[in-house]
Design a protein around this ligand. Structure first.
Ligand SMILES: Nc1ncnc2c1ncn2[C@@H]1O[C@H](COP(=O)(O)OP(=O)(O)OP(=O)(O)O)[C@@H](O)[C@H]1O
Ligand SMILES: [Mg+2]
Length: 246
């Protein structure tokens, strides 16, 4: 039996969609209620296991719930039903800029983000040069990150996340904004991770990337788990549904 790195158990996540655009106090009083909303289930009863040491791809159309699932895994969101348990330390790189404060410098953000991800100040100090050198933004490390390009944000965020030395690395899409050289460096890091027996969970719209990187995959379709298992058949089924995608 293979060990489980992440166990996703019957996860359902609900958002409230508000239909009243003008939410002023006056209009609320006029209507005698706060707001009109509708429940929207972004994830419905999702269950699967991510095996230890696997590189696990999460695929599916825009708005299907992939990022929502990763946020539940990173404990940024909490599901209404079900639970997610991770076996080991998780480091997550979610949207571009998440975990970064725009007004602070790159240097300050490395410390901020590193401590959010569970590193001590000493540890960050020790790894600081490695983090900055992997990111390639040395020249701009004392500039506020609000002046960074999206690629620079991601480079620095990814460098912090991998230097946390997590057991489970979670990456949402963001690498797509990096250039070819940086993507190559990241893929090499994923290989190193895999060789060290660690687990990577990766969201991507590039089936080429998923084919190249992932041994397992799950396809989420409009909040439902469509298919999960070894990557090839899952990707094939997804591609068969969208035959004109690249
Ligand atoms: N905070 C929120 N409030 C309301 N609805 C939300 C919220 N976050 C996500 N949603 C909705 O949940 C659904 C799933 O969104 P999610 O970001 O998880 O999709 P995704 O699969 O990551 O899509 P993409 O491929 O475009 O990144 C979408 O319909 C989105 O509008
Ligand atoms: Mg997303």
């Amino acid at each position: 039996m293979t060990e489980t790195a992440v166990h996703v158990d019957s996860v359902s996540k609900k958002f409230r969609l508000y239909h009243e655009r003008n939410q002023s106090l006056k209009s609320a009083i006029m209507r005698r209620k706060i707001s009109v909303h509708e429940d929207f289930w972004a994830l419905r009863d999702i269950t699967f296991d991510v095996p230890v040491g696997s590189t696990f791809g999460l695929i599916g159309s825009n708005g299907s719930g992939k990022s929502t699932l990763l946020k539940c895994l990173a404990k940024i969101l909490y599901p209404e039903h079900g639970s997610i348990s991770a076996n080991g330390k998780v480091a997550a790189l979610l949207e571009v800029g998440s975990g970064f404060h725009p007004e602070l410098s790159g240097r300050e953000n490395v410390f901020l983000n590193g401590s959010i991800l569970g590193m001590s100040r000493k540890e960050i100090q020790r790894k600081f040069d490695d983090i900055v050198s992997f990111s390639g933004v040395e020249q701009f490390i004392d500039q506020p990150v609000k002046n960074y390009s999206s690629g620079m944000y991601v480079r620095l965020g990814f460098s912090v996340a991998i230097n946390v030395d997590p057991d489970i690395l979670v990456v949402d899409e963001v690498l797509a904004v990096g250039d070819a050289e940086f993507q190559q460096k990241c893929f090499q890091k994923f290989e190193d991770f895999k060789a060290a027996g660690k687990t990577v969970i990766l969201v991507s719209h590039s089936m080429g990337t998923v084919k190249q990187m992932c041994d397992h995959a799950a396809w989420i379709n409009k909040g439902n788990l469509e298919l999960v298992g070894p990557a090839d058949p899952v990707i094939a089924a997804y591609e068969a549904t969208y035959p004109h995608q690249g």
